[in-house]
Design a binder for this molecule. Structure first.
Ligand SMILES: Cc1cc2nc3c(=O)[nH]c(=O)nc-3n(C[C@H](O)[C@H](O)[C@H](O)COP(=O)(O)O)c2cc1C
Length: 181
């Protein structure tokens, strides 16, 4: 099987995002199987159906459409997903005949310093992507972020967490490979 093309969407526009850090770790865990495009979402205007499609949206839609699968790593904001991520999902979903989420394998995870590590936000995300027809991988990965959990090169320092995330990534590779065939 050829290497998979995976688009990575980080649901944070913060420079020192811990979710970007976690995404880097997941990409490292998958580097034997896939190549990634980091899909930028922080430069999109707020969704407005009156606008002609901005070039930034055309770019994002193409990145999602051309990927075999999408990895979304997101913070939780007030027990839901951040507005910047919802805005990006909405843009890519419209017009309906160009909804790039339909049929797309997606794996979701996220991290926060809190005890339940984005569990509630991920439930919202799972529901939204399901409505849009994405094939959201089952299972769950809620990561409670501690300082030093992910090193600068993407290494997960805690062995148990690393093994758990490796299994999650491997499941996504298996699902995406099957659907890409
Ligand atoms: C507006 C706002 C709402 C937040 N709500 C939650 C929340 O519901 N649950 C949670 O675990 N953390 C919450 N946090 C804390 C974030 O988890 C924390 O800021 C984290 O670093 C965000 O991820 P990032 O570094 O990738 O941006 C919230 C932060 C902000 C700014």
């Amino acid at each position: 099987m050829n290497r998979l093309k995976i688009a990575v969407v980080v649901g944070s526009n913060r420079r020192e995002s811990i979710n970007r850090r976690l995404a880097e770790a997941l990409v490292k865990l998958g580097d034997a199987a896939f190549d990634v495009t980091w899909a930028r979402i922080d430069d999109l205007p707020m969704y407005n159906a009156d606008l002609a499609e901005p070039a930034t949206v055309t770019r994002l839609r193409a990145e999602i459409a051309s990927a075999h699968g999408v990895l979304v790593v997101t913070p939780e904001h007030n027990r839901s997903i951040p507005a910047v991520l919802k805005n990006a999902i909405d843009w890519v979903s419209k017009p309906a005949d160009q909804n790039a989420w339909r049929g797309k394998p997606v794996v979701i995870t996220g991290t926060s310093p809190g005890a339940i590590g984005t569990a509630v936000g991920q439930q919202h995300l799972r529901q939204i992507l399901g409505v849009l027809g994405a094939v959201v991988m089952g299972g769950e990965a809620y990561v409670s972020f501690k300082p030093g959990l992910v090193e600068a090169d993407g290494t997960v320092t805690d062995a148990g967490t690393r093994a758990f995330l490796q299994t999650y990534v491997d499941q996504f590779v298996a699902l995406t490979t099957k659907l890409a065939a």
